[in-house]
Design a protein around this ligand. Sequence first.
Ligand code: NAD
Ligand code: IPM
Ligand code: MN
Length: 352
Amino acid sequence: TRTIKLAVIPGDGIGPEVIEQANRVLDAVLAGGEVELARTEFTLGADRFLATGETLPPAEQQAIAEHDAILFGAVGGVPGDARLKHANIERGLLLKLRFDFEHYANVRPCTLFPGVESALRDPGAVDFLVVREGTEGPYAGNGGTLRGGTPNEVATEVSVNTAFGVERVVRYAFEAAKARPRKKLTWVHKTNVLVYAGSMWQRIVGAVSSEYPEIAVDYMHVDAATIHMVQDPSRFDVIVTDNLFGDILTDVAGAIGGGIGLAASGNINPDGTFPSMFEPVHGSAPDIAGQQKADPTAAILSAALLLDHLGLTTEGDRVRDAVRSDLAARGSAPRPTMAIGDAVIAAIPARV
Ligand code: NAD
Ligand code: IPM
Ligand code: MN
């Protein structure tokens, strides 16, 4: 028996509700097999901050680091809650984990499953993967203010791009494209305006592409990429882009793929130095929290990515097959979170 140490961070709002279902699906797909999960739950997020004033104590971060993978729900309170003004849960917890654990490949697949209604009227075949840089760019936290709070305030937020950081995510994206049948990579930036980072990305993509002659490479400015994504998403296979562009493009992709309740992600540390972290793209959705209204599918598909990452691709495929059949059978009537978990578990194909 192989034991996998899994850190679970359910978080706030709908986080615990969707993670409960993802955990049930993990248990069901692994039942009777050679793999067992040893879980540790970490109570972190806005609620923890409000209760104790803590965001991510170093001892807990160290404890999380000693796991094989992390399953993360969502964190964050009600937007605008004054008590959280100085907490910065997103930066102090979620981004801190992504940065400190070197989750440089933030992978966000967009697949329109049969029977699912896209936000697009005529989407065509949608099956692409966004590889979002996860550790630098405008998210680096390199900024400041002068004359804060005055009419003459100056606020800067400087995008940090290192050759090392760009090359490692670009390489990851080429490898991802190589593993897929269409062998296509689109890199997205804003080289007409962001000329320094843009020319470095361009040089690095060019250099790495010479090692991958089988991959067709094209480039789009990020504004044009949003047009192409809504007009003809089938043209995309793998996209690689900067942290902020990737954030925005993957919310568009979420809507194209049938909604934010279905969008999964993995924050990957490909080197294996730190545990990778798997989470739905959505947030804590305070507007529907505690009512069993959240769709747990994004969390369940994130758990499937976790299985893939641990080398359990057969189990990951069995989860995706179960989700696919649930989505194909799903009517338009809303179903409780738990009922979707039940239906997915019932649809898991037997081991072969
Ligand atoms: P959100 O994703 O939480 O919600 C946006 C809308 O989508 C809401 O109407 C919500 O009800 C709906 N929605 C989200 N997930 C759903 C699901 N699984 N099923 C059905 N409907 C769903 O974004 P927001 O409202 O901008 O942010 C709320 C809080 O979450 C904020 O504090 C924000 O910072 C935080 N946040 C956290 C993460 C994360 O932890 N990764 C991501 C985004 C936002
Ligand atoms: C996401 C979220 C986060 C991000 C926020 C909550 C920090 O929007 O995972 O897409 O911007 O990366
Ligand atoms: Mn986002």
